[in-house]
Design a protein around this ligand. Structure first.
Ligand SMILES: CC(C)(COP(=O)(O)OP(=O)(O)OC[C@H]1O[C@@H](n2cnc3c(N)ncnc32)[C@H](O)[C@@H]1OP(=O)(O)O)[C@@H](O)C(=O)NCCC(=O)NCCS
Length: 163
């Protein structure tokens, strides 16, 4: 039996170990980490799935900007390698999207596989002119904006203090 809890309820060291297991210990070199550096995850949009008090999966969301627009940076979304393809990633995404809808469905950006995140409305269509503060694979820079918020066609993604 798994339990969805706010991310801060999960032991921080266990979340770090989960992220290492899902993404490798060199994950801090990723450009997404530069975007999140110095920020805290948005509490009401960040969750963990616990089993026997231990996190088996988690999702974190952050504020970023591009020009005057503010977006939700989604990720990392991490499921422990022993527990992948059991629906945990989908459950976390669905929970986050439901809570995001309650605050006006802000535009979202993430780095991930369109083959997976497409089912949640993400695509690389809007991000062709966006830049990142470090290396990234353009086809994996995905956005989701069902509410049609104004977004620049070009610009540099950067960290932001709030949505
Ligand atoms: C990517 C991730 C979040 C998906 O969560 P999950 O709980 O394993 O997946 P779910 O159970 O929700 O969904 C399973 C389905 O997604 C597909 N899927 C899983 N990861 C995928 C990926 N990276 N690309 C394409 N499809 C993927 C599975 O094949 C399965 O398809 P089906 O529904 O047709 O059978 C998780 O596997 C993970 O943390 N992976 C490690 C990090 C990683 O590799 N990230 C790469 C993408 S950012």
């Amino acid at each position: 039996m798994t339990e969805m809890v706010p991310l801060h309820v999960a032991p921080p060291a266990a979340i770090e170990a989960l992220l290492d297991a899902a993404f490798g210990q060199d994950r801090h070199q990723k450009t997404a980490y530069r975007l999140r550096s110095g920020s805290q995850p948005i509490e009401k949009l960040s969750f963990a799935l616990l089993q026997d008090q231990q996190p088996i999966a988690c999702i974190q969301c952050w504020a970023v900007g591009i020009g005057p627009a503010r977006l939700l940076l989604v990720g990392p979304v991490a499921v422990h390698p022993d527990r992948q393809n059991e629906g945990h990633g989908s459950r976390l995404m669905t929970q986050m999207l439901s809570k995001a809808q309650e605050i006006g469905d802000p535009p979202m950006v993430m780095i991930g596989d369109a083959e997976y995140y497409g089912r949640f409305g993400f695509s690389a269509a809007a991000t062709a002119g966006w830049e990142m503060p470090g290396p990234w694979e353009r086809h994996r820079l995905l956005a989701r904006n069902p509410a049609g918020h104004a977004l620049p066609a070009t610009g540099m993604l950067e960290r932001a203090d709030a949505l």
